[in-house]
Design a protein around this ligand. Sequence first.
Ligand code: FMN
Length: 231
Amino acid sequence: MKLAVFHGSPRKGNTYKATQIFLDQINKHGETQIADFFLPEALPEFCTGCQLCFANPPEYCPHAGYVAPILEAVMQADALVFATPHHGVSSMSAGMKNLLDHLGFLALTVTPKAEMFEKKAFVITTGTGSASAKKPIVKGLKYKGVNRVYALSIRMFIHKWELMPPAKQARCEKALRRAADRFVAVKKRHAYLSTIGMYYITKFVIKRYIGKGGYPYRYWEEKGYFAKRPF
Ligand SMILES: Cc1cc2nc3c(=O)[nH]c(=O)nc-3n(C[C@H](O)[C@H](O)[C@H](O)COP(=O)(O)O)c2cc1C
C-alpha cells in the first residue's frame, strides 16, 4: 500500500508516537511505501486566501512549489494519513490547517480529482480535546470526495506520551494497532451520500452560474464530470 502521511505537530511528540505505532502495525500487513510530510516545514507559507486556485489550475497558487509535491504524493497514494495534536481549544495545528487550506481546490464544489474517489484516509489526533480536532479534518476529507474516512482521537492529558501511566499507554497502543488492522482491510465502497449530493448541487451551480468558458466549468467539461459521475 502506498501512503501519504502528513505530520501536523511541529515536534516529534505524542502525535508522532501515535502515528508511528499506527504505521508500524500497517507495515505488518505487507509492503508499504510511505511519503512523509512534516508540517510546517513541508509547507512553510500560509495560504494567502487569494483564491487563485479556485479560478485556475493549482499551478497558479503562489506556493505551488510546495503544493505540487504534496499533491503528487496525494494523487499517487492509496491511503492518506493526517495526524495532528489538538491546538487552540477546538482545532488542529496551524500547520495542518494550512495544508488543508492549500488543498481547498480539491473540494467537490471546485475541481475534485477522480483519484480522490478511490482513496481511504485515516485521521489521528492527540490531546485532551482530540475529538474536536478530528471533526473538521474528517469533514474536509469527505468534502474532497475521499471514499472512506476513519479517525481515532487519543484523549490524553499530558504533553509527553511516556509520562502517561503504563496501562494507559498500552490501551492507546492497542487502540491504534486495532484501528490500523481495520484500516488495512477496508475496501472501496459506495460513495458517501454527502458526496453524491454535493456532486449534483455543484454540477447545477457550475452550469448555471459559472457557465461555458469559465473556470471551473472548463475543468468539469474536460474531465467529463457533467456527462458522467466521476465515482
Ligand atoms: C499551541 C498549543 C495549543 C494547545 N491547545 C490545546 C487545547 O486547546 N486543548 C488541549 O486539550 N490541548 C492543547 N494542547 C496540548 C496538545 O494538544 C497535546 O499535548 C498533544 O498531545 C501534543 O501533541 P504533540 O506532542 O504531537 O505536539 C496545546 C498544545 C499547544 C502546543
